[in-house]
Design a protein. Structure first.
Length: 177
C-alpha cells in the first residue's frame, strides 16, 4: 500500500498555522483531473504528531485530501492536495498522477460555486529522504497548486514507496461552475 510521509522543515510559515484551506475544506471542496480520470472530494489533512503531513485513510485509497495549514486552492500561495497511489490492493486516487503532462488542467470546485483551473507546469519525482519541502510549501505571490503522491520503487518490507511524485500547477482561470 502507498504510504505518503512528508517532513516539513522548520521555518516554513505555513507549517503550523491553519490557513484559508481549513475553512474551505469543511465546506465541500473537490478536485477533478480529466486527463487521468480523477474525481474526488477533499478531506482535511493536518500534521501528524511527528510533524509529517497526514494523508487520507489508506483504507479509502480513492479519497484525496487538502493540507489545511496552507491556502485554499485559488488563494495566493501553494495549496497542497495529497492522495494515495494505491491502498488495500486497489489503485489510489493518484495512481496515474505521474502521467500528467505540462499544459494539462486540474479543476478545483470551490465553496463559492466557482471552479479554479490550474495548469500543470511541472511533474517531478523526488526521493522521500530529499523531499523538496521549501519548493513545495514556501509562500508564493500567486495562487499555485501542488499534487503529491508516492512513487518510484516500493519497499515491500517498509510497505512504503521510496519517492514522491509532485505536480506543480499555476492558477490559469476561475469560472462559474
Amino acid at each position: 500500500m502507498g504510504v505518503l510521509l512528508l517532513a516539513l522543515s522548520a521555518g516554513c510559515s505555513q507549517a503550523d498555522a491553519p490557513g484559508t484551506a481549513a475553512a474551505a475544506v469543511d465546506q465541500g471542496l473537490s478536485v477533478s483531473i480529466p486527463a487521468i480520470g480523477v474525481q474526488s472530494s477533499l478531506v482535511p489533512l493536518g500534521l501528524n504528531p511527528d510533524r509529517t503531513v497526514a494523508t487520507p485513510p489508506v483504507s479509502t485509497p480513492m479519497q484525496a485530501g487538502l493540507y489545511i495549514n496552507g491556502p485554499a486552492p485559488g488563494d495566493p500561495g501553494p495549496a497542497v492536495i495529497l492522495g494515495h497511489i494505491n491502498g488495500g490492493g486497489q489503485p489510489g486516487v493518484f495512481a496515474r498522477l505521474a502521467q500528467l503532462k505540462p499544459g494539462e488542467e486540474v479543476d478545483v470546485y470551490r465553496v463559492d460555486g466557482s471552479v479554479a483551473t490550474f495548469t500543470v507546469r511541472e511533474v517531478t519525482r523526488a526521493p522521500k529522504d530529499a523531499f523538496p519541502t521549501a519548493k513545495v510549501y514556501s509562500d508564493t505571490t500567486n495562487p499555485q497548486l501542488r499534487l503529491i503522491t508516492c512513487g518510484g520503487v516500493l519497499d515491500r518490507t517498509a510497505r512504503s514507496y521510496l519517492d514522491n511524485v509532485i505536480v506543480y500547477a499555476d492558477l490559469s482561470s476561475v469560472r462559474a461552475a
